[in-house]
Ligand binder design. Structure first.
Ligand code: SF4
Length: 145
């Protein structure tokens, strides 16, 4: 989809939405473009290095993103209004190779909240309000809930 001209992209997305409404279709839509994902999807799973790190309904995810990778992705969405500004979260550090992933949290090499525990233990997903799932260690490391 990203290789297409923007106007063609919009036509295809609108066609997909029309077909979804008309026939009650379910799509699994994979993209780096979260503004397109927001337009098309009802429920969003965020994946980092092959790991599901957050799962939520669209409204909840954009209102209350919990995982630092989700926060960085959403902060990078361009705002089509030059008078508005959003603070971008620029991730530092290296992306680990998926062939030899780190022992602990796969995001620990780039996470601003990473603690020593994160490098040793791989977090599991935890249910929180509104069916959001997120890494348990993040709760302790970032002090947010
Ligand atoms: S487990 Fe640690 S390194 Fe991984 S996302 Fe949570 S706080 Fe960051």
């Amino acid at each position: 989809m990203s290789a297409l001209d923007v106007s063609v992209q919009a036509q295809i997305l609108n066609l997909m939405k029309d077909l979804q409404g008309k026939f009650g279709l379910t799509y699994i839509f994979i993209s780096h473009n979260l503004s397109v994902v927001k337009h098309l999807c009802d429920r969003i799973g965020v994946i980092y290095l092959g790991n599901l790190v957050e799962l939520a309904g669209k409204e909840e995810l954009f209102k209350n993103m919990l995982h630092p990778y989700t926060q960085a992705l959403i902060s990078a969405i361009p705002i089509p209004d030059p008078s508005l500004e959003r603070e971008k979260i620029l991730l530092e550090g290296d992306v680990p190779t998926p062939i030899n992933p780190p022992k602990g949290c796969p995001f620990a090499t780039r996470c601003m909240y990473a603690a020593e525990l994160c490098k040793r233990e791989r977090p599991g997903l935890e249910d929180v309000a509104e069916a959001i799932a997120w890494p348990a260690i993040y709760t302790a490391a970032a002090g947010r809930r």
